[in-house]
Ligand binder design. Structure first.
Ligand code: MLT
Length: 263
């Protein structure tokens, strides 16, 4: 007897009431990277923080994956909760690529955009080749090598000294990602479209927020986006790298809450 396919379920944390605020995590983390934001933002919004497939508590899904498909997964969560009003989408890095895909494909569901530690451009040919190499490594040996290579770059250099507990916690979180989830995300990032031409068409309030010491995506990428997006606010966070929301949580939260209050 043939079996009905099971509906796919994504794990997500849902807290608070009010305007829906979707928090999309970066690579290769999970929704717990928003630990310093969820309780604070939930005082003013209905926070929804999913684990993308293959990360945190969400099981991996069949390949191939794309940023559009991740955005559709996020939309499916909203649909399942009957949230049809436009939402604010906040994404960090990979989460920002997905937020831009959400803006491209589901603009009628978008009320505001927060682009954290991310960029609009596509991968260069060298970047794509690097993703392929990483995918082969993950398939052959698991996530260890990828984490070893990436972990020294996720924080501002000084924060490895001043915030060793944070560095340790983030490494543990990275190591918990599944090989399938990591390989799928690497191929989605490799194939993501260039969103530069989309920027001038964005019609919702946008905050571009970036760590001044980001070693993975330079702050010049944020400045370039903020110039193109009509009316965008730019916030550069000092003494913060790629994980600015955790490295300078208070400042990050203040900037985001100030932005949300204006929408
Ligand atoms: C991320 O932090 O989500 C990724 O490292 C971004 C990227 O590799 O392009």
């Amino acid at each position: 007897m043939s079996q009905e396919p099971q509906p796919f379920e994504l794990h997500f944390e849902s807290r608070g009431e009010g305007r829906p605020l979707l928090l999309i995590h970066g690579f290769p983390f999970n929704h717990r990277m928003w630990e310093s934001q969820i309780p604070d933002f939930a005082r003013a919004a209905h926070v929804l923080a999913p684990d993308l497939p293959g990360f945190g508590e969400s099981p991996p899904r069949d390949a191939p994956y794309s940023v559009q498909r991740y955005a559709a997964d996020c939309l499916a969560i909203l649909d399942a909760l009957d949230i049809l009003e436009p939402v604010v989408v906040c994404g960090l890095s990979l989460g920002g690529y997905i937020a831009l895909a959400f803006a491209r494909h589901f603009p009628e569901r978008l009320a505001g955009l927060i682009l954290a530690a991310t960029r609009a451009g596509a991968d260069s040919p060298e970047g794509k080749a690097g993703r392929d190499e990483s995918i082969s490594k993950v398939r052959a040996k698991g996530v260890g090598d990828i984490v070893q290579g990436m972990h020294p770059k996720i924080l501002a250099a000084e924060n490895y000294e001043t915030k060793p507990e944070l560095a340790k916690r983030l490494k543990e979180m990275m190591l918990r990602a599944s090989s399938e989830g990591v390989a799928a995300a690497l191929s989605a990032m490799r194939d993501r479209p260039d969103s530069t031409a989309l920027l001038s068409k964005i019609q919702v309030p946008t905050l571009v927020i970036h760590g001044e010491e980001d070693q993975i995506i330079p702050s010049s990428a944020a400045k370039a986006m903020a110039v193109e997006i009509p009316g965008a606010e730019l916030s550069l966070i000092p003494r913060a790298g790629h994980m600015l929301n955790l490295e300078q949580a208070e400042l990050f939260n203040r900037q985001v809450k100030g932005f949300l209050a204006k929408i």
